[in-house]
Design a protein around this ligand. Sequence first.
Ligand code: LLP
Length: 419
Amino acid sequence: MDHFTYQDGVMHAEDVPLPLIAEQVGTPVYVYSRATLERHARVFREALEGVPDKLIAFAVKSNPNLAVLKVLGRQGMGADVVSVGEMRRALAAGIAPEMIVFSGVGKTAAEMAAALEAGIGQFNIESEEEGVELAAIAAARGLTAQCTLRINPDVDAGTHDKISTGKADNKFGVPISEAGQIFGALSRLAGINLRGVAVHIGSQLADLAPLETAFAKLGTLVEALRGAGHTITHVDLGGGLGVPYRVGEVLPAPAEYGAMVARVTRDWGVKLIFEPGRVIAGNAGVLLTRVVRVKRGINDPFVIVDAAMNDLARPALYGAYHHFEAVVPRGAGMRANIVGPICETGDTFAMGRECDLLEAGDLAVFRTAGAYGATMASSYNSRGFVAEVLVDGDRFAVVADRIEAGAIMDAERVPEWLA
Ligand code: LLP
């Protein structure tokens, strides 16, 4: 459930009419709802009530906006980060360092040092090589990094290939067949305390079965590691729960996920870490856009909007569906190709889509844009970076300025020898 609803025929974010935001901030603009973020955080937390000892660390990559992180931090969430940039955002939003988990397959030495110095709670080590390097960096500083070893369980998550992370040929984690040996080698090093294992098999999962398979494999591994004399106190189960993008689409509810987790992990006797991203932020945001013009087509007309693939990359990258609706529907429909202004055919949000009847100047939204939306924006075609707004009841604030194309150009230099 979200808080983007029609009131008197006009789409609102909570109690703010979207035309007001368009008028004051311009378009395209991402609009987030605080009440929706809080609701999703609460639902996820309640779904895990059967898990006694846990940390829920929001996957910052899904929406790193400072105000969004502030809202979620106040809901008791920690942060899952994959770069020092994300770590600094989590800290700036007031999230305690011990509630920050550092994942990612390419942590640089400088990033590991910065994270150690910030005192973050956990590193998820992705390879033996990385573990050795982290141990040396920590030992040189007289510090001990708290770590889990990320396992690649070789489970097909059944999601889009580009966001699947748990198959043997994906770059993430160490092969489960070698996990015992690598765990043994790393656990002997000074500078790290290897206290558990981690897994994350992919994103936008529409089925709990692959997750359960991966978790069960992890359970077996935990037993084997304990059998080999290791102390296992933490297991990180990653994120991945899918959300509905289409009207009427039904996905596993957080409560079903929570029940499955509680059942599978009942006897593990560990602290569990969760890294949800999309399920918290996805339906808490829309991308508000204005129709530039409607162009006749051979078949369907092209509705050309002022948002483009540089603002919302998911359709171009993954062929992803984002529901598209008029902000002030006329009560009639049309079949249209929804496209942006960028000069490549990939800048297409939808082909042959049944949608509200739209004319030049109308406002419309792409729904479910709160996760992996603004954060994946670029300035392709010398378009600026899109602005972001957070709504709270009947008030709203710009929480990320639009960065105009001119500001990006200002950061460029022509060398003297070309002048
Ligand atoms: N933990 C790790 C280690 C991850 O790699 C990810 C996502 C998450 C947690 C959060 O997963 P979530 O709960 O959001 O599914 N740009 C793509 C999604 C990439 C996800 C990458 N990793 C998209 O727009 O669909």
